[in-house]
Design a protein around this ligand. Structure first.
Ligand code: NAD
Length: 366
């Protein structure tokens, strides 16, 4: 089977960090006999500049065909005053919507060398490795009715939390499948104490559990989940939650581990004809206009996003481990881009030097 990848580097630091990912992709082709059929295209402001739209239809069509999309970042001050319909972010939203990427995977993993970076005590985060699965295509961000209207001479804002069983179930299956590949523990979070959609959520997850008897399932109210994430995050393996709670809990969990420049993500949809899920991988950070073009961007979040692609699209878990191990090694050896400099200072390395160090560690892993 070929391994096809569409790279959409986007705006700002997107192309800079993606250059390092391309070198890593090339390394796996050369040194691990794992070639990728890579194509590249525009998204966000870069696509708007060329086509007057943040995502050309041809690019959308390509994204539907490949095994995985790898996205850098979109946006920037140049595009802030554009009409909402052509803002760079609309390109990203269109990809997520038309590919129907319903499961958003956000790992929170603490590299030992960076444990001091967390706002929590080192012993609480050291060795942390959890995964939040957030339902991405439904819930209160999409539910109808919505809007602002007048009632009794007063403005009223309305949003609706709405979930069908099918929506809860497909995300739950993605979360159970992940738990099977990891520590076989799943915690489902909702507010079944005050929300009917939460009662249904708990029921459906419990039903799906019958197909995964090896996974230990627990349920937790999402507010308690937030507390537990900062009190004792290592109690969790995989967390499954809805769009709104997942938005908040995944940011909270991610920050346990330090810098924005270190955080990857994956968004997965239904399996394609070849059995691989529709998938898009991207760093959590934005286009960082404040450091664009200065060689300061940390490429690790984007490289870790490719590691997720190796694991979840191409079923190359051992190669993903190799890449993550190489990153662990360079950090342990003290390599730091500017965003990873602690209060003690030191000399930061550039985006390209971080790429060099990771490639050298990959070579050393052979
Ligand atoms: P941002 O993530 O771009 O930057 C926030 C801060 O983190 C900045 O100080 C930046 O320098 C730093 N930072 C981010 N990534 C870094 C990296 N890899 N290495 C080192 N430092 C890094 O968020 P923002 O400033 O709020 O947004 C800037 C633009 O990006 C906006 O146009 C916004 O709409 C867009 N944005 C895009 C995405 C996306 O493409 N997924 C996500 C968030 C924001």
């Amino acid at each position: 089977m070929t391994n096809s990848l569409l790279i959409l580097a986007g705006d700002g630091i997107g192309p800079e960090v993606m250059d390092e990912v391309k070198r890593v992709i090339g390394w796996f082709g050369d040194k691990r006999d794992l070639p990728f059929d890579v194509s590249e295209d525009l998204v966000g402001g870069a696509a708007y500049d060329k086509h007057g739209t943040p995502l050309h239809d041809d690019t959308m069509a390509k994204a539907q065909e490949v095994d995985a999309v790898l996205l850098g970042a979109v946006g920037g001050p140049k595009y802030d005053d554009l009409d909402f319909s052509v803002k760079p972010e609309r390109g990203l939203l269109r990809l997520r919507k038309e590919m129907d990427l319903f499961a958003n995977l956000r790992p929170a993993q603490c590299f030992d060398a960076l444990a001091d970076f967390s706002s929590l005590k080192t012993e609480i985060v050291s060795g942390l490795d959890i995964m939040i699965v957030r339902e991405l295509t439904s819930g209160v961000y999409f539910g109808e009715p919505r809007g602002i209207h007048m009632e009794d001479n007063m403005r009223v804002g309305v949003n609706t939390q709405r979930y069908t069983e099918a929506e809860i179930e497909r995300g739950a299956r993605a979360a159970f499948d992940l738990a099977m590949k990891r520590g076989k523990k799943l915690c489902s979070m909702e507010k079944a104490n005050v929300m009917e959609s939460g009662v249904l959520w708990r029921d459906v997850v419990t039903e799906v559990h019958q197909d995964y008897p090896e996974v230990e399932l627990s349920h937790m109210y999402a507010d308690n989940g937030a507390m537990q994430l900062v009190r004792a995050p290592k109690q969790f393996d995989v967390i499954y939650t809805d769009n709104l709670f997942g938005d908040i809990l995944s940011d909270c969990a991610a920050m346990l581990t330090g810098s924005l420049g270190m955080l990857p993500s994956a968004s997965l949809g239904s399996p394609m004809a070849n059995g691989r899920p529709k998938a898009m991988y991207e760093p959590v950070h934005g286009s960082a206009p404040d450091i664009t073009g200065q060689g300061k961007a940390n490429p690790i979040a984007c490289i870790l996003s490719f590691a997720m692609a190796l694991r979840y699209s191409f079923d190359k878990g051992a190669e993903a481990d190799r890449l993550e191990g190489a990153i662990e090694t360079v950090l342990a050896d003290g390599a730091r881009t500017a965003d990873l400099m602690g209060p003690d200072g030191g000399t930061p390395i550039s985006t390209t030097q971080m790429g060099d160090a990771i490639l050298a560690a990959l070579d050393a892993s052979l």
